[in-house]
Design a protein around this ligand. Structure first.
Ligand code: ZN
Length: 279
């Protein structure tokens, strides 16, 4: 899991909207920080969609402030949005802008949305950041603004989709679980910073008490693991184009007590056992 230099590993969580990381990724990010990683949070969309009453400027200013407050609690460096909500598209100009930021941050670990999720902003965020990481060392991939290439190895981990199901209602089974029970209080405090969203989620999605919804999702993933009270589940992106096949910086930093990986037993049964740290 070596970097090119002896600097700490860099972990970057990328969500579409200002509170997405807090729902599905923040526990793992906090544990990575405790284990010595430098952590970054980045939401690509400005959160303008998350209101039933405020104008664009008012809601985006408020949501940026809430996101910075949450990042401060986590001890993370925060990065501001590039796009409006529902304006996150996989196209060359968007990719050039996302690629510039990825080259600046030089992440070794990327946490991001599931490729299959309940809405397009999440899926497009995932696609943009995966390609930005893939092209980080390509001299002829032009970024906006221009940034030098980066040759750090990087491993990409996909969170479970919101609701733990894809847009067609299929349950997504993770490759491994992370025990986030020790950091649930701080994860809850981070989400609570997004005060503007309580009222909005009540109205738009019937998500009464959004803090409880986050806990419910963590508990459901914990039950899937058959071991942890609260968990976040992850699927590993292929290493091809990103790092050596045995590059597992997240599992190695967090260790076998914190990570349980899926093991296929006879037939279709799957169980979860301490994560494999080597190839
Ligand atoms: Zn979202």
């Amino acid at each position: 899991m070596k970097k090119k230099t002896e600097e700490p590993l860099v972990a970057l969580a990328v969500g579409a909207h200002p509170d997405d990381i807090e729902f599905m990724m923040a526990g793992t990010l906090l544990l990575l920080k405790e284990a010595g990683a430098e952590i970054h949070v980045w939401h690509l969309g400005d959160g303008a969609g998350g209101t039933a009453k405020l104008g664009r400027r008012a809601i985006t200013t408020l949501r940026a402030k809430e996101a910075r407050e949450s990042a401060r609690l986590a001890g993370a460096q925060s990065h501001g949005p590039l796009f409006g909500d529902l304006q996150i598209f996989y196209d060359s100009s968007s990719l050039a802008r996302v690629s510039a930021v990825v080259r600046e941050i030089k992440p070794n670990i990327i946490l991001t949305h599931s490729p299959n999720d309940y809405m397009e902003d999440h899926q497009n965020t995932c696609r943009l950041v995966v390609t930005a990481a893939f092209s980080r060392g390509m001299i002829n991939h032009v970024t906006q603004p221009r940034r030098p290439v980066c040759d750090e190895p990087v491993a990409i981990y996909h969170a479970l989709p919101h609701g733990l199901r894809d847009g067609l209602g299929q349950v997504i089974r993770p490759d491994f679980f992370v025990n986030v029970a020790p950091v649930m209080d701080l994860k809850r405090e981070m989400l609570a910073c997004h005060r503007s969203q309580k009222e909005w989620l009540d109205v738009s999605q019937g998500m009464d008490a959004y803090l409880k919804e986050m806990e419910r999702l963590g508990a459901e993933a914990g039950r899937m693991s058959r071991k942890f009270k609260y968990a976040e589940g992850w699927r590993c992106h292929s290493h091809l184009g990103f790092a050596a096949s045995d590059y597992r910086p997240l599992q190695q930093l967090l260790g076998r007590k914190t990570c349980l990986q899926a093991v296929r037993l006879k037939g279709k049964r799957v169980d979860f056992q301490p994560a494999d740290m080597k190839n």
